[in-house]
Structures are given as structure tokens and as C-alpha cells.
Design a protein around this ligand. Structure first.
Ligand code: HEC
Length: 119
């Protein structure tokens, strides 16, 4: 009788521990993962799987605009795109589209572009 009770309490303590540990650790993991995932979903087609660039988008890996630019400058391009007059790469005919990411997504993407993508 008492043994069963103890076991039940032990199981409950383990469950509470699990819930706590996942809520404490989860936000960090999702922040780190998001940029890479978002890049894979929204940017890869034009900028290439490793940021090496394609015919429809410049390389972002080793790009001084990414490595030396401020997060704010990079975020602005991600949010607003770059069309006709502002275009910097005349050999790529299409513009960088706007509206690809939300504010929060753009922040995560900047972290990814400046961080893991450059490795
Ligand atoms: C339809 C193709 C396309 C997609 C999708 C796209 N881009 Fe671009 N991107 C471009 C083009 C083209 C340029 C260059 C525009 C120019 O001539 O300045 C560019 C430029 C950029 C630049 C500036 C690079 C520099 O050297 O000035 C950044 C940063 C960037 N893109 C990030 C992203 C991110 C992050 C995503 C995903 C959310 C994304 N792009 C999705 C086509 C694309």
C-alpha cells in the first residue's frame, strides 16, 4: 500500500521535472533552430543551400554585407526586399522580394546569416 503510494509520488516528481526542464530549455533551442529552418523554407531557392548563391540570388556566405553589415541593415533588406533603383547586383535580373518574413522571423534570420551560415 505504502509502496504503491511512494511509487506514484516518485512518478509525479519525474513528470514535474520533465515539464520544467522542457519549458526552461525549449525557448533557447527554438531560437537557435528557427533561423536555419526559416532559411531552408524561404531563402534557399534563390540563395542556395549553403548561401553560395544561384542565378536568381547573390551569395550570402562570405558576403561583406552580411559579415560586416549591421543587423539593422540586413534586417531591412529581408523585410523590404530590394527592387529596381536600389538593386546592387545588375547581373541578377530579378529583385529581392519583400514580405518574405515577419519582424521576429527576420531577427532569427539575421542571427543565422551572420552566424551558422558563415561557418
Ligand atoms: C526570388 C529570389 C529570392 C528569395 C526567395 C530571397 N532572396 Fe534575398 N536576394 C535576392 C536578390 C536577387 C538579391 C540581390 C538584389 C540586388 O540586386 O541588390 C537578394 C539580396 C539579399 C540580401 C542582400 C545581399 C547583399 O549583398 O546586399 C540579403 C541579406 C538577402 N537577400 C537575404 C534573403 C533572405 C534572408 C531570404 C529569405 C527570407 C531571401 N533573401 C530570399 C533574391 C531572393
Amino acid at each position: 500500500m505504502l509502496g504503491k503510494f511512494r511509487l506514484r509520488i516518485r512518478v509525479q516528481i519525474v513528470l514535474v521535472g520533465l515539464v520544467f526542464s522542457t519549458t526552461l530549455v525549449a525557448p533557447e533551442i527554438s531560437l537557435a533552430l528557427d533561423g536555419a529552418k526559416l532559411y531552408g523554407a524561404k531563402c534557399i531557392a534563390c540563395h542556395g543551400p549553403k548561401g553560395e548563391g544561384t542565378q536568381v540570388g547573390p551569395a550570402l556566405k562570405g558576403d561583406p554585407f552580411i559579415t560586416q553589415g549591421t543587423p539593422a541593415e540586413i534586417k531591412k533588406v529581408i523585410l523590404s526586399g530590394r527592387t529596381q533603383k536600389e538593386k546592387k547586383y545588375p547581373n541578377i535580373a530579378n529583385p529581392m522580394p519583400d514580405g518574405l518574413a515577419s519582424e521576429a522571423e527576420a531577427d532569427a534570420l539575421v542571427v543565422y546569416l551572420k552566424g551558422d551560415l558563415q561557418k
